[in-house]
Write a protein that binds this ligand. Structure first.
Ligand code: GDP
Ligand code: MG
Length: 449
């Protein structure tokens, strides 16, 4: 173990920065994960380029090994592109708050209208839905069904026509319906209006203009672009078309319950710079979530465990302790057996991460190091140190043959074990002294060999 410690410390002293090879290996893994998650190719290229640059200039972390450190940077960048904090709905100072839904046909707008209404109702709002999709004969009916399930009223043209699936309201104008809907909401004191609009299967200039006209007629506080998370590589062109044609203030990802790993989220957020507010995760009205950038970052990289790992590593490396030690060494004090024991215990804490490391790409090396690290050895070291008198701990040089035999008996070990420990400690102490002389920082266990 002391050999390993030695090379760890050496590594740390020579490595002022992460090595290019370390970074490239990890970035390769990240690129693969992003492409697997269906993130658009140009977005992947731009993203990994930025990651590489940031990693190259990053200071070496004491708590993390290079792969972990790159993963941490990736996670931070992902969270930041996805909007950083969870973004809440923009409410109008003077109600009603108008929310316009836009997106391709089948994206999930009408379903979302019901889900969002139910969600807002749960928060004490009094939403009303407006059926401004008059493109398909049954679109109005569909919204009415959704409204009924959510227990919120629906404003629709020609109430007399409600049940007739095959008859479009004669001459009904979606722009006029939307405007009347907002007027009605104001008059009846609903504090939120959700306007459902029509979409086509492909990007379509006429419908885009219609949505823009509805936007101008209703002056929405939020335009939410609803996009099917399964759309994959098409996410970028679709989002860009809606951004240019209608403009939107936020994104809703729908069908996030399928196999979609959410690559579309990153693509859309990255290309449009608009935050994602909600996720739709099923056909039921309650399959709806407020969007959390950090959780989605984890899902995209499929690295929930990686994040747990990073947190554990950071915790395992006790910052205070490191600073205390650095101060001690700088003041010319000795590195004691107690200090040595503490360091061993840090390593033991990291040892519990063995299993997790095994599940991660690019972590094989670190896992191997921990695999060879015997946690029982730390217990043995601890028992030996505890069996020493304070005088012996302060100055192990006084430990002669009979003291050695007593310590071995007291700790349930052999005199050879005691000897080995003292030799290791001696090596570690010499190294610490040298580091203190070189003005080096406190060695952490971040770069396990
Ligand atoms: P619109 O054309 O944009 O209004 O889309 P719809 O709301 O009519 O949804 C199209 C289809 O997708 C319907 O069959 C919905 O039941 C379904 N759908 C909508 N959102 C989700 C979702 O989050 N998960 C799943 N599995 N299906 C959804
Ligand atoms: Mg619809």
């Amino acid at each position: 173990l002391s050999d390993r410690l030695t090379s760890t410390f050496k590594n740390l002293r020579t490595k002022g920065r992460l090595s290019e090879a370390d970074i490239d290996a990890t970035v390769r893994e990240i690129r693969r994960a992003l492409l697997d998650a269906d993130v658009a190719v140009p977005v992947v290229r731009q993203f990994t380029g930025a990651i590489r640059e940031r990693a190259l200039s990053a200071e070496v972390s004491q708590a993390l090994n290079p792969a972990q450190q790159v993963v941490k940077i990736v996670n931070e960048e992902l969270v930041s592109i996805l909007g950083g904090q969870t973004r809440t709905l923009n409410l109008a100072k003077n109600p009603p708050t108008v929310i316009l839904l836009a997106g391709l046909q089948g994206a999930g707008k009408t379903t979302l209208a019901g889900k969002l209404a139910l969600h807002l109702k749960g928060q004490g709002h009094t939403p009303i839905l407006v059926a401004a999709d008059l493109q398909r004969p049954n679109a109005v009916t569909q919204l009415q069904v959704v409204g009924e399930r959510a227990g919120v009223p629906v404003f629709a043209p020609h109430p007399g026509n409600q049940g007739a699936d095959d008859v479009l309201p004669q001459g009904a104008d979606p722009v006029a319906v939307a405007r009347q809907g907002v007027e009605t909401a104001t008059a009846r004191q609903h504090d939120v209006v959700i306007v459902d609009t029509a979409g086509r299967l492909g990007i379509d200039a006429e419908l885009m203009r219609q949505a823009a006209d509805i936007r101008d007629a209703t002056n929405p506080d939020e335009v939410l672009f609803v996009i099917d998370a399964m759309i994959g590589q098409d996410a970028v062109t679709t989002a860009q078309a809606f951004l240019d044609g209608v403009g939107f203030t936020g994104v809703v990802l729908s069908k996030l319950d399928g196999d979609a790993r959410g690559g579309a989220a990153l693509s859309v957020a990255s290309v449009t710079g608009r935050p994602i507010l909600y996720a739709s995760t099923g056909e039921k009205l309650t399959d709806f979530e407020v969007f959390h950038p950090d959780r989605m970052a984890g899902r995209i990289l499929d690295m929930g465990d990686v994040l747990t790992l990073i947190e554990q590593a950071e915790r395992a490396f006790d910052q205070d302790q490191a600073e205390k030690m650095a101060g001690k060494l700088a003041a010319g004090e000795d590195f004691t057996l107690a200090d040595f024991l503490e360091q061993m215990q840090q390593l033991k804490k990291m040892g519990s991460m063995k299993k997790m490391l095994g599940m991660m790409p690019g972590m094989g090396q670190m896992r191997e190091a921990l695999e060879n690290f015997d946690e029982r050895e730390v217990d043995r070291i601890e028992a030996i140190v505890r069996s020493m008198t304070p005088g012996e701990r302060d100055n192990p040089k006084i430990i002669n043959g009979s003291r050695r035999a007593r310590i071995a008996r007291g700790s349930g070990t052999t005199p050879t074990d005691v000897n080995q420990l003292l030799e290791r400690f001696d090596g570690a102490q010499k190294m610490m002294k040298q580091m203190a002389r070189n003005g080096g920082g406190m060695p952490g266990f971040g770069n396990l060999p």
